[in-house]
Design a protein around this ligand. Sequence first.
Ligand SMILES: Cc1ncc(COP(=O)(O)O)c(C=O)c1O
Length: 358
Amino acid sequence: MADAPPPRKPSTIAVTAGRPPHEADQPLNVPMTMAATYVAGGDLEYGRYGNPTWAAFEDALGALEGGRCLSFASGLAAVSTVLDLVGLDTRVVAPRHSYNGTVMQLADLESRGRLRAALVDVTDTDAIIAACEDASLVWLESPTNPALEVIDLEPVIEAAHAAGAYVAVDNTFATPLLQRPLDLGADLVVHSATKFLSGHADVVLGAVVTRDDDLFTVLKGRRDLVGAIPGTLEAWLALRGLRTLHLRVERAQANAQELVRRLADHPAIAEVRYPGFGAMVAIVLAQGAMAADLLTHKTSIWVHATSLGGVESTFERRRRWKSEASTIPEALVRMSVGIEDVDDLWDDLRAALDDVTA
Ligand SMILES: Cc1ncc(COP(=O)(O)O)c(C=O)c1O
């Protein structure tokens, strides 16, 4: 018997997964199936229950994360579906600097008596481990948005499981190319596919990936019932974006690492935060929030915009949002480094920084 082929590498998976079979006259790319309903008697039946274009995206992201994937209308729809798994009045542990939409959802659910949220400082591994006691869900996000803290995932996941809790990891910032939480023992991986996965700032989409068939069935049931389903065009665009994920992440990460080196010496900057990997950087302006606001209006390549993970470099002062945690410095500018030429990015940024300090 022939040996099994070696497992495919992530870049090959990104290019090959979710394709139609190699048969005569099959298109190379999955078509956009615009369908509200299907001829009865099959697996799909109705447009809220499934769609071949979503399925192709889900096959590809599932293969990259190493589990079964379900796509959702947005990252927050995916977050909300996972938070809905927990029993009434049970404890959910989460980073205090999780994405602010997640923190707002937890606060909203808590205010309605649905659950009890314990927000923790994830730089203190012992503190998260202690907080896992009696939790039904441990929600992790690493690196965190926008503080860029990194969680020591393995011991925390182990402690959460020992306490009988499920573990979900928001892997939006790292992508499955830099971190595969299911391999580290997590039960669920959550994505805002709006960001690096689709990569072109033209799609809002979310996803959950799991290896647990029971969890998959419950989540699919919730998606069928609540209807937070992706649009066909969004799933198609996200899959198209996913094909170049490895190239984009590699280039954006290299640009980020070079910019971090150059930023360190600039007198306008009090602090540079970078987890050591990925394309997200945060800088804290020495001269405060006004200088940070000024900076975001002085560049011609860097775009002042929220969101992240696109081919284009964007930045914003996070505390301009009233909902951002008060422990995030007022003068922190979160930067999503794109794939432009690094010298052009630096020249544009340095000129604006020089202007702000002048
Ligand atoms: C880490 C993280 N998780 C979840 C979300 C929510 O995703 P979406 O905007 O696709 O609903 C975001 C959005 O910024 C995010 O940054």
